[in-house]
Design a protein around this ligand. Sequence first.
Ligand code: PDD
Length: 285
Amino acid sequence: MSRIAYVNGRYLPLRDAAVNVEDRGYQFSDGVYEVCEVRAGQLIDERRHLDRLAYSLKELRIAMPMTPGALGVILREVVRRNRVHWGIVYLQVTRGVSRRDHAFPPPGTRPSLVVTARNLDLAHSERMAAEGIAVITLPDNRWERVDIKSVSLLPNVLAKQAAREQGAREAWFVDKDGRVTEGSSSNAWIVTGDGKVITRHVDHGILKGITRTVLIDVIAAQGLALEERAFTVDESYRAREAFVTSASQIVMPVVRIDGRSVGNGAPGLVATALRREFHRFTETA
Ligand code: PDD
């Protein structure tokens, strides 16, 4: 079965799905994206993802390409046409096609919209969660507005590749004061020796993950203590547990940081329980 993508009004086999060479996403990374989990063929937390999309677009002064309702119809159609059972749907909006010039294109230039979807390997993800993953840390060299989910991801790409080359699954960015901001494609969390769950506060310095937002409800329901504050790399080395969150990984235990074992070196009880309970707190349409 050939995969299908939505590109500016048309559903096309992936091999024919292309954007114009003067698309500003291609020329300038002038665009934003969202990744939504698909579970049992259903979109998870569509409303929150489309709200964050609207926020990213507003911050960059790109128009919403259509109403959230119409976007939702396309997302679901792409999921259906690709027979996604468990996986992700990807949506990208750019400032559109125009002769290359850094400044904004003429008024009326239509934003471009691309949607793709694919199955992921749930069994593989579960195996990884049962084993836990390794992370490395490296300096956060991104721009100062990473709260915008921009497709401009070069530092994230290089960080993820550095992780891969060191046998790790994720890289944690560290600010100038030695504090972890977030992962290259996930939010970062630790559980302290006295059982407090810590994740960095939100401001312009991290992406406000949808998984992070939902997990805060799960944490409250489990009666766990949460602190939204920065933590240092050193604190993470001494943590009882660590984990990362994202739409595709849900809650993924971290068992090694920079080659040092976290806690007893196995996925922690808190991370495991939060992963198990997570979908009782998400929204499905
Ligand atoms: N990444 N921080 C960064 C830098 C991210 O790229 C992501 C998500 C997150 C977690 O956000 P959420 O919980 O809404 O997925 C945090 C997506 C999945 C990606 O780039 O593939």
